[in-house]
Ligand binder design. Structure first.
Ligand SMILES: *Cc1c(COP(=O)(O)O)cnc(C)c1O
Length: 473
């Protein structure tokens, strides 16, 4: 085949139409049959590599549909009612379709001209988030690639307010304060910014693993006496391992008193702003200088889609005080519509299209229903755990993250750890359920994020029965 024919064939709209119908049919069949399949059919890494690299040798004419069934089989089934693993939501099929549109349009998003509609949609989406969080009319922000990157971006803005570090580098020992329960990306951000271990001040947590706001004063005093310049406090809403919500109002009071930047890492739990029933856990978020919220954790979006919102929208232009003459001519103008002025990404996915598709179809009601539903599922798991003598809850859950463990009378701590680690390993190898584990104060707990809106109390009972049966063997 001549090269020009190969290109023509690869881009042929008629072939795309045919294949597209087949792909959607396969995916819809997959979703219909999901509940009868394992939640995760996990194979060892080398076996998977051998399988996929061997099939790559035979490339001629193989359409997506030839190998899609295997990809479906050997993927973790996030929408499965018995998927209760890491924090990621089953995408609403409509937003997955919008992702297909996004992939085909491939607007670059760095400047307005390279994505006029999706840039405007992005602003509209951010407005909805800012309003739900009651951040006020001056609030503004953007979408970016994940909570990890969004937290770093926000902290760079906080840093720029206090120093001229962009041009002159770090001169002082800067530091921020965050709960000892915070996500590891905060520690990473501190080290990326060049502050070293000394830049991360871990504030102790209470028995429910929320930041002890009453400990902030002493920590600040100690840091200052060691010559550190503390510039920000981060509230976790919620923490990753147990789902604990820090007392945001108290942290806001503290930040106001000491003129510190108040950042909220709401990667997971920021979504509760859409729930009238649960938004009280976010009380105080309206006073944050910056807030991060993932759409792929509790808001039914495909990864990876994160909102970063600043209470004072102007602050969002502080992060990167940089020039790029080929992109925009007005260097200093805070233009909301040239997004790369404010994002790490130069080229970026058209994330807003997927979110917009859901808002357009369901408003914010779908998110509210989902958030309420999965939190209720978490409560149900907690109730069932507490009703069984041989199970123990780590902390009462606030959202859809639940940590618990299997216990036996007379076992020493390390034996309990080995028992629960073994149980989780057997659950993974079996594949019917997918759950994860975490370590709290050196003790191993099984950890579930209830992600499917279709998990029933029967599924939960089946999980606990299965663990009991494994433990008896
Ligand atoms: C998941 C999570 C992150 C990281 O977000 P990604 O989107 O995975 O990069 C950060 N903070 C908290 C509290 C989280 O739960």
């Amino acid at each position: 085949m001549k090269n020009s024919d190969l290109l023509r064939e690869a881009y042929d709209p008629a072939a795309f139409r045919r294949l597209g119908h087949e792909v959607i049919d396969l995916l819809a069949d997959h979703l219909e049959q999901l509940a009868h399949k394992p939640a995760n059919q996990l194979k060892p890494p080398q076996e998977m590599y051998d399988f996929w690299s061997a099939t790559l040798e035979n490339t001629s004419g193989n359409a997506l549909t030839d190998w899609l069934p295997q990809l479906l089989q050997y993927s973790v089934q996030v929408p499965h009612p018995r998927y209760m693993g890491h924090q990621i939501s089953p995408p609403v099929p409509m937003s997955a379709l919008a992702g297909l549109v996004d992939g085909l349009l491939n607007n670059g998003m760095g400047v307005y001209e390279m994505g006029a509609s999706s840039t405007a949609m992005e602003r509209a989406v951010i407005r909805v988030v800012a309003d739900q969080m009651e951040l006020g009319q001056a609030a503004d922000g953007f979408l970016t690639s994940g909570g990890t990157l969004a937290n770093l971006t926000a902290l760079l803005a906080a840093r720029s307010r206090h120093t001229e570090v962009w041009n002159k580098g770090n001169k002082q020992q800067l530091a921020l304060m965050v709960s000892e329960e915070a996500h590891y990306c905060v520690s990473r951000a501190v080290r990326i910014m060049g502050w070293g271990a000394a830049g991360l001040i871990l504030v102790p947590a209470d028995h429910q693993r929320r930041m002890r706001a009453d400990a902030l004063e002493a920590e600040l005093f100690r840091a200052e006496s060691e010559g550190k310049k503390v510039i920000a406090v981060i509230g976790s809403a919620c923490s990753t391992s147990t789902g604990a919500f820090d007392p945001l109002s108290d942290i806001a009071d503290f930040c106001t008193r000491h003129q510190l930047w108040f950042h909220v890492d709401g990667a997971h739990g920021g979504a509760l702003c859409f729930s009238r029933k649960h938004r009280h856990l976010l009380e105080g978020i309206a006073r944050a200088d910056s807030v991060v919220m993932d759409f792929h954790k509790m808001l039914l979006q495909p990864a990876i889609t994160t909102a970063l919102v600043f209470k004072d929208g102007q602050q969002s232009f502080r992060t990167f005080q940089q020039k790029a003459h080929y992109l925009w001519s007005e260097q200093q103008e805070p233009e909301w519509h040239n997004l790369a002025k404010r994002t790490f990404e130069c080229t970026k996915l058209m994330m807003s299209v997927r979110i917009y598709s859901v808002l357009r179809a369901y408003g914010t009601s779908l998110w509210e229903r989902y958030v309420d539903q999965v939190i209720e599922c978490g409560q149900e798991l907690a109730r069932q755990v507490q009703a069984r003598a041989d199970f123990e809850l780590a902390v009462p859950p606030s959202c859809n993250i639940v940590c618990f463990r299997y216990t036996k009378m007379g076992l020493r701590p390390e034996q309990l750890n080995a028992l629960n680690t073994g149980l989780r390993q057997q659950i993974i190898e079996d594949g019917r359920f997918y759950i994860v584990q975490t370590s709290l104060d050196g003790q191993v707990y099984l950890r579930c994020t209830l992600a499917s809106p279709f998990t029933t109390s029967e599924d939960i009972r089946a999980l606990l029965d299965f663990i009991t049966k494994l433990a008896a063997e």
